[in-house]
Design a protein around this ligand. Structure first.
Ligand SMILES: Cc1cc2nc3c(=O)[nH]c(=O)nc-3n(C[C@H](O)[C@H](O)[C@H](O)COP(=O)(O)O)c2cc1C
Length: 492
């Protein structure tokens, strides 16, 4: 029977692996965990879910649950003319697809993306790009027992607390299925980066206690679990067999590297590039830690060992992981992500239902045993989206900077114009003084024609139109004459 859970009412005598205190509190309803679960489970969720949009200039909004007809994404802020095809999105989705190896979920999805808008004949239109991925292999009946039950380690309890209602089928929107939409968006971001010769690559550097001793980048595509060190794959497989035999799950560490990112990208203080990357990576389900560069190891060494010395030829090392002061150094950006063991496991575990009643939960459905390599394209997508967004923000900054510079230049010219006009009027006064001395009248038709001609020739040579030149000259000459007349009157 394809049942996800085997549920038994909690019996204290069978709870050998559980902490007795916790069992007693839950069973008796005395102040403690069980009572808190029961009392608060009745709280009605009053919050709308508004955290479904990511990014500032390049934004994605994802939608859909594990067992809704589809999951999908709207990508906005992509410039027009970028080459993006359905096949490119499908290729990346294939890497995230369930059922690709023996320790991955047995859920079978075609994961064929359907582009609804924003792309025409393989090129982006500059309009919102909408992509959906249908949920064809959903099995809602597998999850009947989870209507009221909270799985340990999953989002069931917390989502119930927040919203007071949830789609329990496959974890609803807290399901790994939601990440398919991110991967589709990531494929578009990857193309944006590719156009700038920037790449994002993720690979596994540890599964449980088995760690990669070297990184064989060239072999990643063909190495199981995308494990960086092919020589260690048999050890990974042996460990996962042991995990499987115990109906357990395993954690992993994924390393990601961004290559080709120029220096100067990112923002200071609250929007530091490392802060944004960490947030983006931590937003993926099951991610419990992020390191940038040497990360936690940096705390164990001295300053001189951690600093990346600089020479005219460049940095001597990359302990910083390509980011200093929140802004890229031009070195590769290196991150490591701790992925927790998949929460739904076959080991009987103590839990409660939404009424606070104790149960034993035992997962028996289609679940991943370890999230690598499936989670890697999701993490790559989040990094690509973050970096592409930072680059788009940078472009906008550059534009606004040049606008500020243009305005500075305009202000400077205006100042010069006024200074020159003041000088012109002062010279006109001096000319008036001379005319007075010489006893000639202010009006001089010949001189007027000469000035008019010069204005016209010079103005037209600078691309100014005739009417404007005439109007401006009239204004300036009239003011000059008025000043001369005034001088004459003052002298009389
Ligand atoms: C690609 C992917 C696949 C996942 N598959 C499963 C799964 O099969 N079973 C499961 O219990 N959790 C799975 N998870 C993990 C849960 O989504 C995640 O643990 C849960 O939402 C709780 O969030 P948190 O672990 O970040 O606190 C998967 C996550 C990802 C990113």
């Amino acid at each position: 029977m394809p049942l996800l859970v085997g549920l038994l009412p909690l019996m204290v005598s069978t709870a050998g692996c559980m902490k007795r205190g916790c069992v007693n509190r839950a069973a008796s309803g005395s102040p403690g965990t069980g009572r808190v679960f029961a009392a608060r489970a009745k709280t009605t969720g009053i919050f709308a879910m508004n955290a479904n949009t990511f990014g500032s200039r390049l934004t994605i909004t994802t939608f859909g649950e594990s067992h809704s007809p589809a999951v999908g994404v709207v990508i906005d802020g992509v410039p027009p003319g970028l080459s993006v095809t359905q096949a490119q999105i499908a290729d990346l989705l294939k890497r995230r697809r369930p059922g690709e190896h023996s320790h991955a979920s047995a859920r079978r999805e075609a994961d064929e993306p359907e582009i609804l808008s924003g792309i025409f004949e393989g090129k982006t239109l500059g309009t919102p790009i909408a992509v959906i991925i249908r949920n064809d292999d959903a099995r809602p009946w597998d999850y009947g027992a989870l209507v009221d039950l909270f799985r340990p380690g999953h989002g069931d309890f917390t989502w119930e607390k927040k919203f007071g209602i949830r789609d329990h089928r496959g974890g609803g929107r807290a399901s790994g299925r939601e990440t398919a939409a991110r991967v589709a968006a990531g494929a578009v971001a990857m193309e944006l980066l590719k156009a700038r010769q920037i790449s994002v690559t993720g690979y596994t550097v540890a599964v449980g206690p088995v760690r990669a001793e070297k990184i064989e980048m060239a072999l990643l595509e063909q190495t199981p679990f995308r494990f960086a060190d092919p020589a260690m794959v048999p050890a990974v497989e042996a460990y996962l067999e042991q995990v499987a035999s115990q109906k357990e799950s395993a954690g992993a560490v994924v390393e990601l590297i961004v290559q080709g990112l120029p220096p100067g990208v990112g923002d200071p203080v609250f929007d530091k590039l490392d802060a944004r990357l960490a947030g983006a990576l931590m937003s993926v389900g099951a991610v419990k830690g992020v390191e940038i560069g040497d990360g936690f190891r940096a705390a164990t060494v001295m300053g001189s060992q951690n600093n990346d010395a600089m020479t005219p030829e460049g940095f001597c090392s990359n302990h910083a992981g390509g980011i200093l002061g929140g802004i890229s150094t031009g070195q590769p950006v290196v991150m490591r992500v701790a992925v927790k063991p998949v929460p739904t496991i076959g080991v009987p575990q103590q839990t409660v239902d939404r009424h606070g009643k104790p149960h034993i939960f035992e997962g028996t459905g289609r679940h991943d045993r370890v999230l690598v390599p499936r989670i890697i394209p999701v993490l790559e997508a989040m990094v690509a989206l973050t970096v592409a967004d930072a680059l788009e923000t940078q472009e906008a900054l550059r534009e606004s900077r040049s606008l500020a510079q243009i305005r500075d230049a305009i202000d400077e010219i205006d100042g010069q114009l006024l200074t020159l006009l003041a000088r012109r009027f002062s010279l006109a006064l001096a000319a008036g003084q001379e005319k007075l001395k010489l006893g000639v009248v202010v009006e001089d038709g010949g001189r007027d024609a000469e000035v008019s001609h010069k204005w016209q020739i010079t103005g037209l040579s600078h691309g100014l139109d005739d009417t404007f030149i005439h109007a401006l000259r009239e204004l300036v000459v009239a003011k000059s004459k008025a000043l001369q007349e005034q001088k004459r009157k003052d002298n009389v």
